[in-house]
Design a protein around this ligand. Structure first.
Ligand code: GLN
Length: 529
């Protein structure tokens, strides 16, 4: 079938939950039997989102093909339950870089390079390439930022042109806005939406559909008013009321039949009976959770929880499966030391150290690992978390006092954690294979020998120390094809596991990750002990 394109823009304010709305629509269409993929156009100039600071921009998400992307792709993957690729994440910087590169190699044969058509053509090319590489029936493209921003103009111009290129019935524009409730006037206000639609229309895009974010449900009158002012049919206006559980958005939009209207616009018929029972069950389950476990997540960017978004989600997914709410105690590693670690970790039933870069807060993390190890508190170390668990073990169990990582001490001789051995200086990112050893906790959790996980790191365990660690009872339960260590566990404890990869990227609400499930199970046991 001809590919259908849905474009999602936002107006009035940022943080409207556009991405969650867009991916909920994606899930509904997928359940109608279509192959759906998602894409984000980000107006910022950065060429490599992998370099964005997590404390400013939130976590860097990594896809199977090793692209370092905006965190929205994580939402897309979790809602859609589809793996995305490099084509799904597009920034202004990447578009310009590509055009400049082409200009340098004289692709344009002396033409004057302009925003229209050269930049906009390059953007439209991304619509086509994502459709091709995923063979999707429906592509949903979210345009970052808010309509009216200078930065997003070329993207908006490109999607405007898309209707002419691909045809009316193959394109659909959804605009999301805010309808604020003014307490003093006790009224829902539609004016910001009217202005935002006007702004969009001035750029040549007349939205086919509106999704109005609101604190509370509103009556028909509001829709009627907006319909007549904004020239959008009443049945094409939807509300997105604040939800406690984000996955509820899928069911809320379904109830309003947004997917039916989209298919109607595209002249498509459902390919299968839509079954949303899994989502309904999940939400019922979450709503009925009684018990809570408390887990410390120890990092550097804890004031901005989006910096560890996927870890946060993965913990919650496993919690749902194990009938537990997960409460996270965010701890700033720079504020933990040998004196206060016991107090800080007194009320938690699990300790998780997520990935990280650089040496700030290392001491606090090492102290936390020591405390978890010595008190048999379930511990999960991810990437930097595993590297530090190895350094801690070397220091305090093997008695290598100078144990460190090349990352913190570039001149250290024979560090425990050294440069990646494969000879490349570049980072290792994306999906890679791991072989799991028999008779380990890892194989009990995964129930299989060959797994693939997503990576993002520069350093790894120095195999020169392998024997010494093994002699002291540590178990290396997962290795890569070059013999490098990817999973470690300490059998002295009930659950003390470190992994060089990022299991959180593969966790899905309906398919929690086995490692996180194992961790939460151990946390429950510890709580009851
Ligand atoms: N900084 C470490 C490395 O580059 C760990 C990376 C991570 O935690 N993602 O190897």
């Amino acid at each position: 079938m001809t590919t259908k394109f849905i474009f999602v823009t936002g107006g009035v304010v940022s943080s409207l939950g556009k991405g969650i709305m867009a991916s909920s629509v994606g899930q509904l269409l997928k359940k109608q039997g279509f192959k759906v993929t998602m894409q984000k156009f980000d107006p910022y100039i950065n060429v490599n989102p992998g370099l964005l600071s997590p404390s400013q921009h939130g976590e860097v998400f990594v896809t199977d093909d090793g692209s370092e992307t905006d965190l929205d792709l994580g939402h897309y993957e979790r809602f859609l339950d589809e793996n995305l690729n490099q084509e799904s994440s597009v920034t202004t910087g990447q578009i310009y870089a590509r055009v400049i590169e082409k200009e340098k190699s004289n692709v344009y044969k002396g033409a004057t390079i302009q925003v229209i058509p050269h930049i906009t053509d390059e953007i439209k090319q991304k619509l086509i390439s994502v459709a091709k590489s995923t063979k999707a029936d429906i592509v949903i493209t979210e345009i970052g930022g808010t309509v009216g921003d200078i930065e997003s103009l070329p993207f908006l111009e490109a999607i405007r042109q898309a209707r002419k290129d691909f045809g009316y019935k193959n394109t659909l524009y959804i605009h999301t806005t805010l309808v604020p409730f003014l307490k003093a006037a006790k009224e829902i206000k539609t004016k910001p939406t009217q202005h935002s639609v006007k702004e969009l229309m001035s750029l040549g895009i007349a939205p086919d559909m509106l999704v109005l974010r609101s604190e509370m449900p509103f009556d028909k009158g509001i829709k009627e008013k907006i319909s007549s002012f904004c020239d959008v049919k009443k049945e094409m206006i939807f509300e997105s009321v604040d939800v406690e559980i984000i996955y509820q958005m899928i069911l809320n939009l379904k109830q309003q039949k947004i997917d039916t209207q989209i298919l109607k616009h595209f002249r498509l018929y459902p390919k299968q009976q839509q079954d949303l029972s899994e989502w309904k069950e999940l939400i019922n389950k979450i709503e009925s959770l009684q018990k809570t476990v408390k887990i410390a997540v120890i990092g550097r960017h804890i004031s901005f929880h989006d910096a560890y978004l996927s870890v946060n989600e993965a913990l919650k997914h496993a919690g749902y499966q194990q009938n537990r709410n997960v409460e996270i105690k965010w701890l700033d590693s720079t504020k933990i030391n040998a004196e206060n670690v016991g107090i800080r970790l007194k009320d938690v039933q699990g300790v998780l150290i997520p990935g990280g870069f650089g040496q700030s807060g290392i001491e606090g993390k090492l102290q936390s690992i020591k405390f978890a190890r010595e008190n048999n508190i379930p511990f999960l170390g991810i990437c930097l978390g595993m590297q530090l668990a190895l350094v801690e073990f070397a220091k305090n169990v093997i008695n290598i006092k100078k144990a460190t990582s090349k990352e913190f001490h570039p001149y250290a001789k024979n560090p425990i954690i050294d440069y990646l051995k494969d000879g490349k200086t570049e980072k290792k990112t994306g999906l890679h294979k791991i072989k799991i050893k028999p008779k380990t906790l890892a194989i009990k959790l995964y129930q299989t020998t060959n797994i693939s996980e997503r990576f993002r790191h520069n350093y790894e365990f120095n195999l020169a120390y392998e024997k010494e660690f093994l002699n002291k009872g540590l178990v290396f339960s997962g290795y890569n094809q070059n013999g490098g260590v990817e999973i470690m566990e300490n059998p002295e404890n009930d659950f003390f596991v470190g992994v060089q990869y990022h299991p959180e990227y593969l966790s899905r609400p309906l398919r929690p990750h086995p490692l996180f499930i194992g961790f939460i199970k151990a946390v429950k046991k510890f709580q009851n002990s």
